[in-house]
Design a protein around this ligand. Structure first.
Ligand code: NAI
Length: 343
């Protein structure tokens, strides 16, 4: 089996080579992202292996289909970059539903602690032998209220971590988990009562810009926003205005709505064109990491193992448990439950 591997980074290769060799899959690595212009590189391949910022829109799917590509193997959980409805009937799509929810939840807490205890400022000061403390006053997390939006795998682990810190947890989910003992409230109540809000739900049409100006209005003054999910959950312009007006007390962003052409790349010698991102980064109370939350050794290994399992399962059996299609979530129509391919 031959797969074109797009948006390759040096840390991808060792684990994919290891599992690929074991399972008879040859990966052709390309640094470029998948898009309309680069789809041609998949010529002669059985499938493509893609990541969060590859473009798997309708036009790209059509090109891949013409080339005879049978499988789009996502090496990530989120699939908002794939037109799954358009792919249906043409090319199958598989994903890695969970690789290390701990990695993401722990990164969210790392960012929160960095922000509230001013670690990012202290680190730079002591590197310069500046041992003064002025301006570094933080606050205790203990006793604060954290609102968690999305109580799936990552959200639940983040909640456990927060409980360990003695925080009060409010939760919101479109599909609340039964018998979880979680304190579910409405989204409005969560916005109104939380000192810190952390987002762990997927990006969908419904959650796009769920943090808009109306939402920020409802929030407490000084609220800290944490986003390790997908950038477009938060309207970046609204966030910037909220920071400037001091309504929002801090933001920890591992994702950004226009990240596709910026994150994962080195722009240190360049002028970044995105004024909103540049202004956000210039704020003392905004911390940005570049979609790094997943990046642990454990997660990289799990990603490669599950992706290669998905590929083998797809080509060698009737169905693939990690296949997804636009029917996902509508149980009565789900062929996957009958261990068949989605179409
Ligand atoms: P999950 O599928 O286990 O949980 C998602 C939760 O969101 C579910 O409980 C679901 O009911 C809920 N949800 C769905 N629609 C909602 C809505 N409209 N409002 C509120 N809640 C809603 O997913 P998991 O593994 O916990 O991942 C969460 C998100 O984290 C992913 O969608 C992905 O975008 C992001 N992610 C980010 C990574 C990073 O490196 N920064 C790595 C992995 C995932």
């Amino acid at each position: 089996m031959k797969f074109a591997f797009f948006d390759t980074k040096p840390y991808d290769k060792p684990s994919f080579d290891h599992y690929g060799e074991q399972k008879g899959i040859k990966f052709k690595y390309y640094e470029t992202k998948l898009n309309e212009d680069t789809a041609e590189l998949a010529k002669g391949c059985d499938g493509v292996c893609v990541f969060v910022n590859d473009d798997v829109s309708a036009k790209v799917i059509d090109k891949l289909y013409e080339l005879g590509v049978k499988l789009i193997a996502l090496r990530c959980a989120g699939y908002n970059n794939v037109d799954v409805k358009h792919a249906f009937g043409k090319i199958h799509v598989v994903r890695v539903p969970a690789y290390s929810p701990y990695a993401v939840a722990e990164h969210a807490m790392a960012m929160l602690l960095t922000s509230v205890r001013r670690i990012h400022k202290a680190y730079i000061r002591t590197k310069d032998f500046n041992f003064s403390l002025s301006g570094l006053t933080g606050f205790d997390l203990h006793g604060k209220t954290v609102g968690v939006v999305g109580t799936g795998k990552i959200g639940r682990i983040f909640i456990d971590i927060c409980k360990g810190f003695g925080m009060n947890v409010l939760a919101y989910d479109k599909f609340p988990a039964e018998n979880s003992g979680l304190n579910y409230v409405t989204l409005d109540e969560l916005y109104e009562k939380s000192d810190i809000i952390s987002f762990h739900c997927p990006l969908t049409e419904e959650t796009y810009h769920m943090v808009d100006s109306g939402a920020v209005e409802k929030m407490k003054k000084g609220v800290i926003l944490l986003n390790t999910s997908r950038g477009a959950l938060i309207d970046a312009e609204v966030l910037l205005e909220g920071i400037k007006s001091r309504k929002i007390g801090g933001a920890c962003l591992d994702v950004y709505e226009e990240e596709a052409d910026i994150f994962f790349e080195d722009f240190s010698g360049h002028i970044v064109e995105d004024d909103t991102l540049a202004r956000l980064i210039s704020m003392p109370n905004v911390i940005v990491t570049s979609h790094q939350a997943f990046l642990t050794e454990e997660a990289l290994d799990n990603i490669a193992e599950t992706t290669t399992d998905n590929i083998v399962e797809f080509f060698k059996s009737e169905g693939s448990s990690n296949e997804l299609c636009y029917h996902c979530g509508r149980i009565e129509e789900c062929r996957k439950n009958r261990q068949c391919k989605c179409f």
